[in-house]
Design a protein around this ligand. Structure first.
Ligand code: MG
Length: 190
């Protein structure tokens, strides 16, 4: 069975902050305000994966009140999320995301972002699709005051044989042999 999760994130932009999206630093005069590196793309992918796994949200796993997560690369959140999923027999199938920002142009940086995200998630980069949108100059994103991202993640459940699978198969075979023996025995005449 596969499961799906959705993620959304928005950060305000301020001067003097590094702009990091998808684990990659982009040359720009503004960057997101946030406790970690404010990477909207990594954050919303993290939330999508946690959602698909039934594991709550990014805030419950990496609270912004915890000094451990201050200024860290958000790729660490993705690595940690992948481990949480794998420990439950869940594996990442596909991630699709869209980043909404007026500037700068993101397309040229997508190959590097996909590579960084794929490494953190432990999947081939063909399993990550990224898209870029502007907000047509409208609202806070359109005015360059914020940027946002949306993601949908699909995960699969590993098919694990039951702990007693071998014993059960042996019992089923035994039963079948008994049936076969009794059916081939000559019948007593009444
Ligand atoms: Mg965030």
């Amino acid at each position: 069975m596969t499961r799906t999760g959705v993620g959304y994130d928005l950060h305000r932009l301020a001067e003097g902050r590094k702009l990091i999206i998808g684990g990659i630093e982009l040359p720009f005069e503004k960057g997101p305000v946030g406790h970690s590196d404010g990477d909207v793309l990594s954050h919303c992918i993290c939330d999508a994966l946690l959602g698909a796994g039934g594991l709550g949200d990014i805030g419950s796993h990496f609270p912004d009140t915890d000094p451990e997560w201050k200024g860290v690369s958000s790729l660490i959140f993705l690595e940690h999320t992948r481990k949480l999923l794998n420990a439950r027999g869940l594996f990442i199938v596909y991630v699709d995301a869209v980043v909404v920002t007026e500037k700068p142009k993101l397309g040229p940086h997508f190959p590097a972002m996909r590579a960084a995200l794929a490494r953190a998630l432990g999947i081939p980069l063909e399993r990550i699709n990224l898209k870029a949108k502007t907000n047509e100059g409208v609202d806070a994103i359109g005015r360059g005051e914020a940027l946002a991202a949306y993601a949908v993640a699909t995960i699969g459940e590993a098919i694990k044989p039951a702990a007693n699978a071998r014993e059960r198969i042996r019992q089923i075979e035994k039963k079948a042999q008994r049936k076969l023996r009794s059916s081939s025995r000559p019948r007593k005449r009444p």
